[in-house]
Design a protein around this ligand. Structure first.
Ligand code: GEK
Length: 245
C-alpha cells in the first residue's frame, strides 16, 4: 500500500470545533504536500526566487529567508547563486518546521553557508542584505506590526537590494473577490481536497492568516522606502511582489 503519511489529511475528518491553525509537528510533516496543493503557483514562485537570487545576491552579503518553513526558498537560492562569501539565513519560529528544515539542508554543500535560526522574525536583526524573502510569511503577523518589520528589513538592506514579498490578498471588488475565492477552491478541489477539508481549513486560518489588498502592500512598501515595487506573479488571490531598495 502507498505510504501517504506525508499527505495533508489534517482537515479530512469532521470536527465540531475547528481550532486555530498552528505550525506544529503535524503541519510540518505534511507541509510540502499542503502548500503545493493549497497555493497555486507555489512551485513556480520557489523556482523564480532562485532565478531572482542569481541576479541579486551579491558577493560578501547576507540573504534572508524569513518564515523559511522547511527551507524550500533557501534551497532554491542556495543552488542558484554564484556570488561568493554569502551567508544565507533562514528564520522560523516553529521548532517543528526548523527541525525539518535542518534535516533538508544537510544535503546542501557548505558554500554558501546556511544559518537556521529558530526565532520570531520581529526579533531578528537584518544586516548587509542583498536579498530578503518573505514568501507567504508577513500575512501571519499582526497587521499593525507589518510597517515596523518592513522598515527594519529596508534598513538592513544594501542599496539595490531585493525584497520578494508573496502574500494571499483580498480584492476590493466583490465580484472579483468572489471569483478568486471560487477559483482557489476549484484549484484545491482539483488537487484532491474535499469541500469539508477546504471549509475546515478556511475556518482554522480565519483569525491567523490576515490578508490585505494589493494596494495596501504596494503603498506600504513604497512608504518604508523601496524605490521600485512591482507584481511579478499573480494567480487569483495569490501574489508575489518584488521591491528594490
Ligand atoms: C516557503 N516561506 O516554503 N516569525 C518567524 N516565523 C514565522 C512567524 C514569525 N513571527 N510567523 C509565522 N512564521 C515558506 C512558506 S509558511 C506559509 C511560509 C504558509 C512561519 C511559520 O512557522 C511558517 O513556517 C511560515 O512562517 C509560513 O517558501 O503556511 O502558508
Amino acid at each position: 500500500m502507498a505510504d501517504d503519511s506525508n499527505k495533508d489529511r489534517l482537515y479530512a475528518d469532521a470536527r465540531e470545533l475547528v481550532p486555530d491553525f498552528v505550525f506544529d509537528d503535524r503541519v510540518a510533516r505534511v507541509f510540502p504536500d499542503m502548500i503545493n496543493r493549497s497555493v497555486p503557483g507555489y512551485g513556480t514562485i520557489i523556482n523564480m526566487i532562485g532565478t531572482l537570487a542569481a541576479q541579486y545576491v551579491k558577493d560578501g552579503s547576507y540573504c534572508y529567508d524569513l518564515g523559511c518553513s522547511l527551507g524550500a526558498a533557501s534551497m532554491a537560492i542556495h543552488s542558484a547563486i554564484e556570488a561568493v562569501d554569502v551567508t544565507l539565513v533562514g528564520v522560523d519560529n516553529s521548532p517543528a518546521m526548523l527541525a525539518r528544515a535542518k534535516a533538508n539542508l544537510v544535503q546542501c554543500r557548505s558554500d554558501p553557508a546556511i544559518e537556521l535560526i529558530c526565532a520570531d522574525i520581529r526579533d531578528v536583526t537584518i544586516q548587509q542584505a542583498s536579498m530578503v524573502v518573505l514568501n507567504f510569511t508577513l500575512q501571519f503577523l499582526p497587521a499593525e506590526e507589518r510597517t515596523r518589520i518592513l522598515k527594519k528589513i529596508h534598513h538592513g538592506m544594501l542599496p539595490d537590494g531585493l525584497l520578494v514579498l508573496s502574500e494571499k490578498i483580498v480584492v476590493a471588488n466583490d465580484t472579483a473577490q468572489q471569483l478568486f475565492t471560487q477559483m482557489h477552491h476549484g484549484f484545491k478541489k482539483a488537487q484532491g481536497y474535499s469541500d469539508l477539508e477546504i471549509s475546515q481549513k478556511r475556518s482554522a486560518l480565519e483569525d491567523v492568516l490576515i490578508p490585505e489588498s494589493l494596494a495596501c502592500h504596494v503603498e506600504r512598501l513604497k512608504a518604508v522606502g523601496f524605490s521600485t515595487v512591482e507584481v511579478w506573479f499573480q494567480c487569483f488571490n495569490f501574489v508575489s511582489l518584488l521591491a528594490i531598495k
